[in-house]
Design a protein around this ligand. Structure first.
Ligand code: ZN
Ligand code: ZN
Ligand code: ZN
Length: 474
């Protein structure tokens, strides 16, 4: 309905009508937003504040899961979303109400050809491009067997460090981005706490158990492969000779991988031992589980040793030494890389959070011993020391960029400040030193790198005595 004046003016009536409609929607929106619903005497926020974050996240994850069921490839998903309009699963409960807006719900500027309308895939709010971010990925974790999709805010701690093969980027508004960031940090914190405390023991047991199961499959495959390599060397009487450098490399690589799997397995057994059962039934379960894992370890270690013996019987000692030297070299180089990286990271953290630097000091000393034996080993093997240093530097830079050993939770930092940094400094340094030590012991020959092994032990002992009070400056 229009008034007589507008009717008489003809063409303009269209515009007038539109303005009226807009005004009406704006009024209704404001009314909806300001509606404070009182339930059971409690005052509750607007409907937007009542948006159920977990429910909306679940909607996205379920939708993503179904959509990858139909097209397995990431590219296809991208193309699909470009051509077809927003699929139903990407629309929130409030999509319809929100979608009526003709101005950005954040900066209030009108949508037009230049400022196009985007809907937040979480809350549905209509926002312009600069008020929204395509920073959320729905993805399947590459490194896990689970087919359960996840949601992560990219560039925030807790998101995958490399883009997963199967990932879909979705756009959300600024406030949803903040809420999702907080959610991610909270989840990370929970996980950290659980790891530190032993948390829900049964859940942890299952977690370690499934990691070990994957490890077992890999170990058995690798043992079979190792056996095939050794048998083929015997059968074809292509016995290892000094000119068969590639054979030596193949055997060394297989041995290294096996030692790696065994080391990881030992670390997981130790992790399992630390869990405290919460009931008698759990205690029995834990004990049986641990026994099974120990049996598996000894069986496979035995098989590994027997295969090594078979190889030893048919191979001249000189060649065997050559193989062991290759394995040793790789083991000490990776030790050096980790120790150096840990030293850098701890130094950086002490500097940033104004902590006393006794841990990096200890690590620097350790690093010196490791470096000496590493360089000796490289020289003996006839490799160029400068090349090695360059490679180390490169590796170190990429590690520091993408694979930090110590990750701090920003949220915990906010509330517990430098205490969190100090806490992580001690626990992570100890964990990593221990891992490095176990791997070096498993890979290298018993007599190799005595000084490194000794300093690693010593530093670990020293770290046990470091307390929070020692490193937090008052
Ligand atoms: Zn009028
Ligand atoms: Zn805007
Ligand atoms: Zn939103």
């Amino acid at each position: 309905m229009v008034c007589k004046k507008c009717f008489d003016e003809g063409k303009n009536s269209e515009g007038q009508k539109r303005r009226l409609t807009e005004y009406f929607f704006a009024l209704r929106r404001r009314a909806q937003e300001n509606a404070i619903v009182s339930e059971n005497g409690k005052v509750r926020g607007t409907w937007r504040n009542r948006l159920d974050l977990e429910k909306e996240v679940k909607r996205l994850l379920n939708g993503f899961k179904e959509s990858i069921g139909t097209s397995e490839m990431k590219r296809t998903i991208h193309e699909m979303t470009n051509i077809v309009s927003t699929p139903a699963w990407q629309k929130s409960t409030f999509w319809l109400q929100e979608n009526m807006a003709n101005q950005c719900q954040k900066c209030q500027q009108k949508f037009n050809l230049v400022r196009s309308k985007h809907n937040c895939k979480l809350c549905g709010r209509a926002v312009c491009k600069s008020c929204s971010f395509k920073d959320i990925i729905l993805y399947l974790p590459d490194d896990e067997d689970t087919k359960e999709p996840r949601l992560a805010v990219i560039k925030v701690i807790g998101s995958p460090s490399v883009e997963p093969e199967l990932a879909l980027y979705v756009r959300v508004c600024e406030s949803c981005l903040e809420r999702l960031k907080n959610r991610q940090l909270e989840m990370l914190e929970k996980e950290e706490k659980m790891l530190a405390k032993g948390g829900d023991s049964l859940e942890m047991l299952l977690k370690v158990h499934s990691t070990m199961y994957r490890n077992e499959v890999k170990m058995e495959d690798q043992l079979n492969e190792y056996q095939i390599i050794i048998e083929s060397l015997e059968d074809n009487s292509r016995k290892l000779n000094s000119s068969g450098k590639s054979n030596i490399q193949t055997v060394a690589k297989a041995q290294e991988d096996l030692a790696d799997y065994l080391a990881q397995y030992v670390l997981n057994i130790q992790r399992m031992k630390k869990l405290t059962p919460e009931s008698n039934t759990q205690a029995i379960l834990f004990r049986n589980c641990l026994k099974g894992k120990c049996d598996f370890y000894f069986d496979n270690q035995f098989r590994f040793k027997s295969l090594q013996k078979t190889l030893g019987d048919s191979t001249p000692p000189k060649i065997l030494e050559c193989i062991q030297r290759t394995v040793d070299k790789h083991a000490i180089v990776s030790t050096q890389l980790y120790i150096r990286q840990l030293t850098y990271e701890t130094l950086h953290i002490c500097d940033k959070y104004k902590l006393r630097d006794n841990i990096p000091q200890k690590l620097t000393l350790t690093d010196e011993f490791v470096e000496k034996e590493t360089l000796d080993c490289i020289e003996q093997d006839g490799d160029d020391i400068e090349d090695h240093s360059e490679q180390l530097q490169e590796l170190l830079q990429s590690q520091l960029k993408d694979h930090r050993l110590i990750k701090l939770s920003k949220r915990t930092l906010k509330c517990s400040g430098s205490h969190h940094a100090a806490d992580m400094l001690i626990t992570r340094s100890t964990d990593i030193l221990h891992q490095v030590k176990v791997q070096l012991m498993m890979k290298s020959a018993n007599r190799s790198f005595p000084q490194t092994k000794q300093t690693l032990d010593q530093t670990l002992e020293e770290l046990k005595t470091v307390t929070l009070q020692d490193i937090v400056k008052l």
